[in-house]
Each structure stands twice: as structure tokens, then as C-alpha cells.
Design a protein around this ligand. Structure first.
Ligand SMILES: [Fe+2]
Length: 299
């Protein structure tokens, strides 16, 4: 029998990101529970939510993701949990039977998930399994705020522009890639995830907010500019975007389940302190809306 739960959502102060949610266990929410829509709306409003005090199994995590939307099965299998392909595993923890599960050292650069795909990911959720003792943080940048603050000399590289994105430089070599040349790996990546175009500024399908949609992790070039112009423009844009004053830090506590909106936030994970173990589960979730106004729905 389900317990009676009273959800409490504390929104971020105006102009900031990150709501706190308490009072629920996500595995106890029924498929039609009104709390699910309350959580989705809190994500749209606050861009990031932290649901505290969760103690759930991988199976319950997948079940919750299904209630929130459509879980992603990541296109590279080497990231998959062995029993639940929806779970993307970041781990440097040796398994007792010597198997390698997941990928170590993911996402230590500014990006937004699946920007290199035609239909990027709406939400990302993360649940830590093993938190390193000295540091485990995820950093965020609010790209709605960045766009509002963008100086005029950078605005000219953004207004009406189209950007090209790709994930090739971030490819994680797999055991089966031994003996392949770098060129063969580049050709393989170009075949499975060819570069894509998105507008520099995207309009959120729910909030109507406009966000700058570029990242130093995945953005390759501004369409129509020369090599030299591109280099100078991207360097200037990224050094403005990644200024200290734009960065919000979430330090992980055991039991945190966080979910954010990839339309409006950049993120990167903290570097792993030497000699420490870290393991986390991620599930990407597609909501029911197109990624931005003007693109057709994924689905
Ligand atoms: Fe990521």
C-alpha cells in the first residue's frame, strides 16, 4: 500500500536556479500521481530540482523515469547498466567479478546532454551510488541569464545565427576499438552521430524563455563564418559564458536525486580526486514537448 506523502517544493530565489523537493519517496508515486506534474513544472520553473532523501533500487529508478516521461536508451552500449539499458553508468569502481561496467570520467567539460543530436535530451536525472569523500559536485550555467547579459559585441555572433555541434571529440574508446586508427574512429562517429545544426538561441516550449544554446564541449562552429572568425568568436563567447559569476555548484549528498532541464542549463562534473571511487547512475528523460519551438517533436 502506498503511504500518504506530502510533497514540499521550495523554489529557488528569483533569478536563481535549483528547487529543493522533500516529503516524497519517488518509488511510492503512482503512475497518475499529481506530484509527477508538480515535479515537471518545478523543473521548468527552476531549471534544476534536487529531490532529497531517496533510497531506491535501479529498477525503481527506471520505473520513476518512465512515470516522468520516456527514458532514453543511450546510443553507446558501453555506458549501459547490465540489467537496465536506460541507466547510463559513470563509474571507476572495479566490479567484484572483474567486469567493467559503465565509463569513468564522464562529462568533465561544459556541455548540455545530446546537443550533438537532432533531438537533444529534455531532462537529465542523476542518482549517486558512491560519492567520493573529498569532492563530488556538478556545476551549472543558466543560459537564459547568460543570453540576457550577453554584451553587444558578442550578440552579433548570436542573433539569427545557426551553430554546428558534434560529439566526436568526446568519444570514449572501448576495448573493442583496439587496433582501430583514429581516422577509423572518426569515420565511425561521423556515421552514427553526424554533426547537427541548431539555432544559436532556442525558445523553450513550456516557459517561452529564450536561451543561448552553445557549449564549449560540443559546439564546433558558427555557420557562415571563416575558420579565423569562428575561432575568435567562439573563444570570446565561451570565456564570457564560463565566467565564475555564472556558475552554480551542487555538492552531492547521499540520497539526492537531481533532475535538470537541458534546454536551458549547461553542466559539467567535478574532477575526480586521485585515488577515490565514484559511481553514479543517470537516466535521460524525454518530456512530451519538442526540444525548442520550431523543431518538430521527437515523438
Ligand atoms: Fe552530461
Amino acid at each position: 500500500m502506498l503511504h500518504t506523502q506530502t510533497i514540499q517544493i521550495t523554489d529557488a530565489p528569483p533569478g536563481e536556479i535549483g528547487a529543493q523537493i522533500t516529503g516524497i519517496q519517488v518509488n511510492e508515486l503512482a503512475a497518475d500521481a499529481p506530484e509527477l506534474e508538480m515535479i515537471r513544472q518545478a523543473i521548468y520553473r527552476n531549471k534544476l530540482v534536487v529531490i532529497r532523501g531517496q533510497d531506491i533500487t535501479p529498477e525503481q529508478y527506471v520505473a520513476f523515469a518512465r512515470k516522468m516521461g520516456t527514458p532514453q536508451v543511450y546510443f553507446q552500449e558501453n555506458y549501459h547498466h547490465p540489467d537496465f539499458p536506460e541507466i547510463f553508468v559513470s563509474s571507476n569502481v572495479p566490479e567484484p567479478d572483474g567486469r567493467k561496467i559503465g565509463v569513468a570520467g564522464t562529462g568533465h567539460y561544459w556541455h548540455t546532454d545530446c546537443q550533438f543530436q537532432k533531438h537533444p535530451l529534455s531532462f537529465t536525472s542523476i542518482m549517486p551510488v558512491i560519492i567520493p569523500k573529498s569532492l563530488r559536485a556538478t556545476y551549472y550555467i543558466d543560459m537564459v541569464k547568460v543570453l540576457k547579459n550577453l554584451p553587444a559585441e558578442l550578440r552579433k555572433y548570436v542573433d539569427g545565427k545557426t551553430y554546428i555541434h558534434g560529439g566526436n571529440n568526446r568519444y570514449k574508446v572501448r576495448p573493442c576499438d583496439v587496433d582501430k586508427s583514429i581516422q577509423e574512429l572518426i569515420d565511425y562517429m561521423n556515421q552514427i552521430v553526424p554533426p547537427v545544426e541548431h539555432p544559436a538561441v532556442i525558445k523553450h516550449p513550456v516557459t517561452g524563455e529564450e536561451a543561448l544554446y552553445i557549449s564549449s564541449g560540443f559546439t564546433m562552429q558558427i555557420k557562415g563564418l571563416t575558420y579565423e572568425e569562428n575561432k575568435a568568436a567562439l573563444q570570446a563567447l565561451f570565456s564570457f559564458i564560463e565566467k565564475e559569476e555564472h556558475i552554480y555548484t551542487h555538492h552531492w549528498d547521499k540520497g539526492d536525486l537531481i533532475i535538470w532541464d537541458n534546454r536551458t542549463l549547461l553542466h559539467k562534473s567535478s574532477r575526480l580526486p586521485a585515488g577515490e571511487l565514484s559511481k553514479s547512475y543517470r537516466i535521460g528523460i524525454y518530456d512530451q514537448y519538442p526540444f525548442y519551438v520550431g523543431i518538430e517533436n521527437n515523438g
